[in-house]
Ligand binder design. Structure first.
Ligand code: NAP
Length: 307
């Protein structure tokens, strides 16, 4: 019987592992389908404290892994399919052909940015296609970029990008933003942001080096197609939290984000904690996910010592 199983190996999962390992709980991590989480898909991370010269996302995650393993955390390279809570309050975690018994679980499976599903998309990520203006915006100074989406995230990204880009096109499939009024008003009043209404992106166009050079726009009202020159596309059409495998052990909001007990990482099932982007649609930063991983570890430790 394990003391704690941590599901997910992003910032939240590894931080939870470091803390529970140092508390002598011998955590077992289950990696998930994207070991290292979302930071493995970014290039340079300039806003993680402690790295004044920045650090590449994959390297940061390897350092976190090494730190967790140094204190005795074990990693199973598999993907969890289900978590069951048994009558005695312990859990059964199934991952592929293996199953594990544990007294507590920390769910840190993150969220995946939603993408359009266009050809060549996966290869373009990090080469002019991204979902994180905070991470990548500063690389696109004095060039035109675009944001796809019409919600608060898209508006926030567009507003942030005006610090760097020469022009920010906001491409939205309708003629009205979904974002809150304050965000929408701010964006529409910004002279560097040009909304492109009733339009979708039907193709990403690349240069000889495979870097983004333009998008093919499709006007949904007129049916017209035209090219728009942009150095980078920021996709902000929502995220999909990786929470389906926990079933009814947790409450979720209408978008599938796990609901934590107020001010805690605990959920409605005693012994089951949630940390990071799987429970957070608001901050979604590496450092906030790491902070929640720490909080979940401390709560799990207290839960176990109270048993
Ligand atoms: P969202 O509110 O769900 O907006 C997603 C946007 O993407 C919508 O405008 C939607 O278009 C568009 N979209 C979805 N699928 C698309 C597709 N296949 N092709 C083109 N466009 C597509 O998501 P979000 O902006 O990430 O926000 C999520 C939640 O976090 C919201 O509750 C939001 O208020 C909150 N949030 C708050 C803040 C803040 O308060 N500072 C910041 C960020 C997020 P339609 O409008 O046509 O559906």
């Amino acid at each position: 019987m394990e003391n704690v199983i941590i599901i997910g190996t992003g910032c939240a999962g590894y931080t939870a592992a470091i803390y529970t390992a140092r508390a002598n709980l011998g955590p077992l991590l289950v990696s998930g389908t994207q070991p290292g989480g979302q930071l493995t898909t970014t290039t340079e991370v300039e806003n993680f404290p402690g790295y004044p010269d920045g650090i590449m996302g994959p390297e940061l995650m390897m350092k976190m892994q090494a730190q967790a393993e140094k204190f005795g955390a074990r990693i199973v390279w598999a993907s969890v399919e289900s978590v069951e809570c048994r009558a005695d309050g312990t859990f059964l975690v199934r991952a592929g052909s293996e199953s594990f018994e544990t007294r507590s679980v920390i769910v840190a499976t993150g969220a995946a940015p939603r993408h359009l599903g266009l050809p060549g998309e996966q290869v373009l990520i990090g080469h002019g296609l991204t979902s994180c203006a905070t991470c990548d915006g500063a690389f696109y100074r004095d060039v035109p970029v675009c944001v796809i989406g019409g919600g608060d995230s898209a508006c926030e990204e567009a507003d942030f990008l005006t610090r760097f880009a020469s022009k920010v096109y906001l491409i939205h499939r309708r003629d009205k933003l979904r974002a809150s009024k304050i965000m929408a008003d701010r964006v529409l009043a910004n002279p560097k942001i040009e909304p492109v209404w009733n339009s979708t992106v039907s193709a990403y166009l690349t240069d000889d080096q495979g870097e983004m050079r333009a998008v093919q726009l499709h006007n949904l009202s007129t049916g017209a197609q035209h090219e728009l020159k942009v150095a980078c596309v920021f996709v902000a059409i929502g995220h999909v939290p990786n929470s389906s495998f926990v079933g009814n052990l947790v409450d979720k909001d209408e978008n599938g984000y796990i609901l934590q007990n107020p001010g805690r990482t605990a959920t409605k099932t005693p012994g089951l904690f949630a940390a990071g982007d799987v429970a957070d649609h608001y901050y979604r930063q590496a450092i906030t996910a790491a902070g929640q991983g720490c909080a979940a570890a401390l709560e799990a430790e207290r839960y176990l010592s109270g048993q």
